[in-house]
Design a protein around this ligand. Sequence first.
Ligand code: DCT
Ligand code: MG
Length: 403
Amino acid sequence: RSTHTQPHPHLFTCWTSAGSRRAWRPINPELNGDGAEILMKSYACQRRTPLKHHNAFLTEALEILAQNAEFNDNEGRSVAFRRAASVLKALPHRVKSMEDLRCLPCLGDHSQRVIKEILEDGSSREVESTRQSEQFQAMKALTGVFGVGVRTADRWIREGLRTPDDLIRTGQQLNRAQQAGVQYYSELQRAVTRAEAELIMAIVEAAVNSVLPGCQIQLMGGFRRGKEVGHDVDFLITHPEEGKEEGLMLKIISWLEEQGVLLYQKTTRNSYVERLDGPARSASNMDRFERCFSIFKLHSSASRSGSASTSESGSACDSGCRAVRVDLVVSPFSQFAFATLGWTGSKLFERELRRWAGQEKQMTLSSHTLYDSKQNLYLRAQTEEEIFAHLGLEFIPPSERNA
Ligand code: DCT
Ligand code: MG
């Protein structure tokens, strides 16, 4: 089988033999299975990635290696494994042999070796030894504490600490977020269900409506993409009259505090001013909206009550009540479409959108704006559809952004 110069840099089609004739096959994923190759575009934001897919047995393994690379502060390697996993999530069938991977983009040598071993032996030695390594497990446990990043966890591990209980036992200096993280550890480890997310939505709506009527409130992140569980609940809030949203977060927080809903909160104010900041993204890619990282106390019959924690860390509030991580973001109305796109995720989908904008379109995309460097102007948008159109991309609905 010979390959041919690609007709378009983002179309990964294969040069296939059809009798004596060789031709670019018009490829339709629906036709796959009768020998037709799959058309797989190279940026995740050009593809439809459903939540449920056919290759979890491979993607979970690759994502272990991605996570381990993150723990080792190796972002490039981590993204390479995540891109490989993401391509497999977009395949309309289960991978049965290495032949099925012909012509797929983003599958580097290392990812291919891992896939080959799993296909042949049922598991990958590298993945299994990573999963079982003390270093990996300790990093997972410690970065699983709210407020703890890779660098801090790594320092603690070098000091011989392994678990959140070790932090308490040895009397580590913890900041306020980490203290809450340790206190509610086992609660926050438990997946948040959609039913719980909806209960929290009702509380947030009550808070927002009572301090500023007429706001729009949207459930973001994984729940907007159709996930049934998440590690937190993300909300985006705006008001159709630009300017009315200023100072809104503080009012919402006061209301929630009065109701005794908050176990923890840290609010950062909106620091984005287009006129002063321009389109450049901050190094961390974080947006700069008014934002509140919080832990809600949820009383509910829908939320499973009474954590059966036996460890010192993680004892939640009283039984019948549950701690849940909640992120609140307030956006000016004119930036709402960009904020919506930026806060829907997945993280890889967002990263790929920004990479597409920069590399293919000479544009800068953030959760605030889209800037066109060739025309030297900001491209405005009222809807996500308009942003995809500005970027020259087919619109991908949230439920298919699970890259
Ligand atoms: N986000 C991003 N880049 C990051 C962090 C977040 O683009 N580094 C965006 C994408 C998703 C959204 O913010 C919410 O983030 P998370 O809650 O971390 O992700 P999630 O998809 O909602 O995952 P989960 O279901 O586990 O909460
Ligand atoms: Mg989330």
